[in-house]
Design a protein around this ligand. Structure first.
Ligand SMILES: Cc1cc2nc3c(=O)[nH]c(=O)nc-3n(C[C@H](O)[C@H](O)[C@H](O)COP(=O)(O)OP(=O)(O)OC[C@H]3O[C@@H](n4cnc5c(N)ncnc54)[C@H](O)[C@@H]3O)c2cc1C
Length: 338
């Protein structure tokens, strides 16, 4: 158990937050011991993977932080056209994707370069470039902090939605994900119909692209648009893209004809939160060391010495101004730790 441990290198906003206790978790056995010792009963606790989707509002977290570090990637089943790959929660997502692309196994190449660890991927059903985790999800294993048992979750148990799952709603702060199983394709079919993938592949002169080229193209696009947390603190998209009724979209469109809208699976319209924030005049804004990234208004950044409270204050100002201008409430995608 580590006392008064700094989480500076465990959150991509780079905030120097101290926690009361931290504990590295290399296997389920560690969680069983913590359970027997009563840590999940009264103590405040929090799980961290790579800390790329959290914002701490205070400089001190008075509780136990579990740092998930179990490792292992194995091919666990051959289903003919597909294989099931089992990945420990503490593996880096990006490293796992690279390994699958190299092995010629398809399904996760569009999720190239998403920071963080594998265990957090089901939490918000990570997604990018037209693919979400749920598209390849097979099952997961999680430690139940109420019973001390390990439970298996199948796709229908996870209630995956847009940046959402049962682990963010009904089971918030109950399960600790230990590993996930994904179904990957031996003969992948590439998905190119999103954003500027085709354009990037053309400029790479990849006429007949496979998963390796798609992964490379997406890596290039992402590097050109998003700040690298190693250099500028951030947690990717700060807000979710709002989803509105088509009638509401028509109304907005009559006032803002250039407003983009995309068909959402539930028949509604998904708006681009970045566009709303940019239109409200925030792109490139900076107050002290808290700011709005100048290449993508959806990303809030820490230029160095901003506190979590500074970034949150900016987020609330943006929320207020978007609400005033468009009547739309932006909801944070980032997990706010109070
Ligand atoms: C530059 C940048 C780009 C990004 N791009 C994308 C993107 O394209 N698409 C996308 O979906 N996300 C994106 N993100 C957000 C982030 O990378 C993902 O949400 C990622 O899955 C978070 O992983 P993590 O290990 O860092 O999670 P953390 O930030 O450590 O945790 C996130 C949440 O999950 C919980 N959690 C973490 N691990 C576990 C576990 N094992 N069991 C139970 N709960 C757990 C935490 O308590 C917290 O509530 C981006 C972030 C950055 C910084």
């Amino acid at each position: 158990m580590l006392r008064n441990y700094s989480l500076r290198h465990h959150n991509t906003f780079g905030l120097d937050v101290l926690c009361n206790y931290a504990c590295k978790v290399h296997d389920a056995g560690r969680l069983e011991v913590l359970f027997r010792d009563g840590y999940f009963g009264g103590e405040r606790w929090l799980v961290l993977g790579g800390g790329s989707n959290v914002l701490f509002l205070e400089d001190y977290y008075d509780g136990l932080v579990l740092l998930i570090e179990n490792k292992g990637i194995t091919l666990s089943q051959d289903l003919g056209d597909e294989v099931v790959v089992s990945i420990a929660a503490g593996e880096e997502w990006t490293g796992f994707v690279q390994q699958m692309v190299k092995a010629g196994l398809g399904g996760v190449e569009n999720l190239t370069l998403i920071p963080g660890k594998v265990g957090a991927a089901p939490m918000q059903n990570i997604g990018a470039y037209g693919v979400e985790l749920k598209d390849v999800f097979h099952s997961l294993q999680a430690f139940d902090t109420q019973t001390g048992e390990i439970v298996e979750f199948l796709p229908e148990d996870c209630e995956f939605g847009y940046r959402n799952s049962v682990f963010k709603t009904l089971y918030r702060n109950r399960f600790i994900i230990l590993g996930i199983d994904l179904r990957l394709k031996k003969n992948p079919v590439v998905k190119l119909d999103y954003g500027s993938i085709r354009q990037e592949l053309t400029s790479m002169q990849a006429d007949n692209p496979g998963i390796e080229e798609v992964s490379m193209a997406i890596e290039k696009i992402r590097r050109s648009k998003l700040p690298d947390p190693q250099h500028i603190g951030n947690a990717g998209s700060f807000f979710k893209n709002p989803i509105v009724h088509p009638a509401m979209f028509d109304l907005l469109k009559s006032e803002f004809p250039d407003m983009p809208g995309y068909h959402s699976d539930d028949g509604n319209t998904k708006l681009a939160a970045g566009w709303l924030i940019e239109k409200a005049g925030w792109k490139g804004f900076r107050k002290g060391d808290a700011g709005v990234y100048d290449k993508q208004a959806l990303v809030l950044v820490n230029y160095g010495k901003a506190t979590g409270a500074d970034i949150w204050e900016l987020a609330l100002e943006i929320q207020y101004s978007v609400k005033t201008m468009f009547g739309i409430t932006l909801e944070p995608e980032v997990n706010i730790i109070r």
